[in-house]
Every structure is written in C-alpha cells, then in structure tokens.
Design a protein around this ligand. Structure first.
Ligand code: GLA
Length: 394
C-alpha cells in the first residue's frame, strides 16, 4: 500500500477542496519482463506490476461536474458529466487519459456521479513503466468505488482492462494492447502475470522463493507514445498478416499469432523487407515468453535472464524500437556483476531498462551500471530495485 503517497494526496485534497476525501484507490506501474510488442499481435506477454503507484483520492459531490486535480502538472480539469460527448483535449495531455476513463466507463456506469479528486503518482512519466495505465486503472477503480462497485474476481478485472484499452485505442489514439492494463490489474506481490492475448487467459506465475531482483534503470530520456512510431510498428506487423491472409483462407489468419516461425521463414523472400523483421521479432518473442514462464516455474533464473537479453537484441535488430541510450544502458548492465539479463521495458525508443539481477549483488551491479552509463553518455541513470505489487482491488 503506497502509504506515503496516499498521505500526501489526502493533504493535497484537503488543500484544494477544503475537507477530507472519502474514497481512495491506487494502481501500480509495471515492467515488461518478456513479450515486447506481442500484445496487439494476439501474442504472449509476461509482466510484473511494481511498487510505483498512482493514487486517486476524492469524494462524491452533488451535481454533474467532475473536478480532477493532477498533482504532477499542477492543473485542474472540470468535466461536465451531463454532456453526451466528451472533448478529448490536446494530444499527449494528461486530460486525454482521465477523460478517456470517464468515456470508457459510461457503458458500465450510465450516470456518473459528480466528484472531486486528486491524482498523484510516483511512476516516472513516459519512461516505459506504464504511468498511463497506472493512472487509468487507479481512476477506473475510483469511479467504480464511488458508485459502490469493486473488482471481485478476475472476470471483472478483465472487463475493466478491456474497457480501458478501448479508451486508449478509441479516445487517446494509441493502438495499444492489453499488456499494461492486465499486468496492472492482475499483478500481486510475489507474482508475475502471464497473459495470452489470443484467448485472454491470465495466469499468475510465482516469482519464487529466491526471486531475482528487478532493477529498473531509467535512461533519463523520454518519448511520447502517441507520436507515431508505435502505431507505425503495428501497421508494419499487419502488412505481414495481410500477406498470409492471401495465402491461407481469411478466417485462418487474423493476426501474427496464426503464423508459425517456419511459415515465416518459408515465405521470407516474398515478404515486405521491413514487415518480416517485425514479424520475426514478435513470433520469436512469443516463444521466449513460453520459455520464460517455464524457466520461472522451474526456478532457472539464468535461463530467464538469457531470454530477457535475447529479447533486447531482437528489439535492436528486428523490431528496431531501441535507442542509443537504451542500448548503452543494457550494455553496461550485461557487463556488471550479478546481471542475469536486461532489456528495454515497454514500447521502447526511450525510457527504462529492466534488469534481472542476483539479489546478493544488487549494490555492486547498480554502482557498476551507473558508472558505465555515465562514462559513455555523460547522463545519470536513475536506478532502483522494484518489488512486485498490486492495485487497491488486488
Ligand atoms: C506499450 C503499450 C503496450 C505494449 C508495449 C510493448 O507499453 O501500451 O500495450 O504494446 O508498449 O510491448
């Protein structure tokens, strides 16, 4: 439970709105262990929700206005809930996410009660740890709680994840998959979350008695997701799906998941030269997720780490969603003491590296990485150990 953050949010609420909040919710950020850009390709993902959080505190008020104060931006948004349409606001702005949640929950809560709320978080923004899903889930849980609803089972968790994804796709304008929402909603202390995006089966996989330390290393570079690269990658993957759709019957091929690595190799020379690299990344990444789950289940952390590093290599060469800063930090990690494996986390192009490290060697690892990265780039990487966590309805 993010006690400190909640305390600060309570104080901020009292300052802004004059009395104590009545409802509080929180949701974690997440790291992507394996399964990079596989989710919207109906593939497999393995993520861990981590102890960086967004909290929402607030109370119902008479009337139809939602007033939300975002501490990170020192800005307030007021939304008239009686209006049938909600303006998206400018691209990349925090309001697009919060308004999107309201938009998404309208089908579940036809009349949303007026409310006042403060949003506060410590998930770094735009760093690949899914600060946006953390915010959206925390606010989604808040709206449900405000109307006397809570998440009672995994079915309800999945229903909320799907609604929030719909908002991110249809309202925010990012063609993302379910990885972030599902990891944030299903994550728990001690568990990784394994999701099959084709049949939406979710399994929680124990991180084990002697789990690896999950070290998050921020390159101190950031990017905006809705700025194009992400959606371009998605269409590059779809080009390959189209090719196979023409070969097989349409009903057989709906996504890259319906194509085997052997079929991809056999058709290699006929395929779009960019799309086939993206597809190879996705198909082999699915295999890495399966192998990674098996490695976790058998406690083979060395094997898991190797898969993580291979995933990054594939991001560099095939999916081309890495950056010089990310590659340099992964390079520093791989030569540091205790490193089992390292890769970029999330969409890519900037943000964080996640490394799995032998717990006894974390201090040496951290010192060595920070020094290596500083020497090569002149930049300071923010490095910390993250612990698995869950949301307020976990
Ligand atoms: C972002 C998206 C996710 C997923 C990852 C890449 O975090 O929001 O849906 O596609 O990138 O794996």
């Amino acid at each position: 439970m993010p006690q400190e953050l909640l305390k600060k949010a309570f104080a901020q609420f009292e300052k802004n709105f004059g009395s104590a909040p009545a409802v509080q919710t929180f949701a974690p950020g997440r790291v992507e262990i394996l399964g990079n850009h596989t989710d919207y390709n109906q593939g497999l993902v393995l993520g861990v929700a981590i102890d960086r959080f967004t909290v929402v505190v607030g109370r119902p008020v008479p009337g139809t206005t939602a007033t939300i104060f975002a501490n990170a931006f020192d800005q307030t948004d007021a939304i008239d809930l009686s209006e049938s349409s909600i303006d998206t606001g400018p691209e990349g702005d925090w309001r697009r996410y919060t308004r999107g949640v309201i938009w998404a929950l309208r089908s579940q809560l036809p009349t949303i009660q007026g409310f006042e709320a403060v949003v506060m978080g410590n998930v770094p923004l735009g760093a690949g740890l899914s600060s946006s899903a953390s915010l959206q889930v925390a606010l989604g849980l808040f709206l449900q709680k405000l109307h006397g609803q809570s998440i009672e089972n995994d079915e309800a968790r999945m229903a909320l994840a799907k609604r929030l994804r719909k908002a991110e796709n249809g309202f925010v304008g990012l063609a993302s998959g379910l990885l972030d929402f599902v990891t944030v909603l299903f994550g728990r202390k001690g568990d990784a979350v394994f999701l099959d995006c084709q049949n939406l089966n979710v399994q929680r996989v124990r991180l084990g008695q002697n789990p690896p330390a999950i070290v998050v290393m921020d390159t101190s570079t950031s990017r905006r997701l809705a700025d194009g690269m992400y959606n371009i990658r998605r269409s590059e993957c779809e080009r390959i799906v189209d090719h196979f759709r023409k070969l097989k019957s349409v009903s057989e091929v709906t996504s890259l998941r319906d194509i085997t690595p052997e079929e991809l190799s056999a058709n290699w020379k006929y395929l779009d030269p960019v799309g086939r690299l993206r597809a190879r990344h996705v198909l082999l990444e699915n295999q890495r997720v399966m192998d990674g789950v098996a490695a976790l289940n058998s406690g083979d952390l060395a094997a898991l780490g190797l898969l993580v590093s291979r995933s990054h290599k594939s991001s560099m060469t095939d999916f081309q969603n890495s950056s010089e800063a990310l590659d340099t930090l992964v390079g520093s990690a791989l030569t540091a003491p205790g490193c089992l494996g390292a890769k970029l986390s999330g969409a890519g192009w900037a943000g964080c590296v996640v490394a799995l490290v032998e717990p006894d060697l974390v201090d040496q690892f951290t010192r060595s990485c920070a020094a290596g990265y500083r020497k090569k780039t002149g930049l300071e990487a923010e490095i910390y150990v993250a612990y698995s966590a869950g949301c307020s309805d976990a």
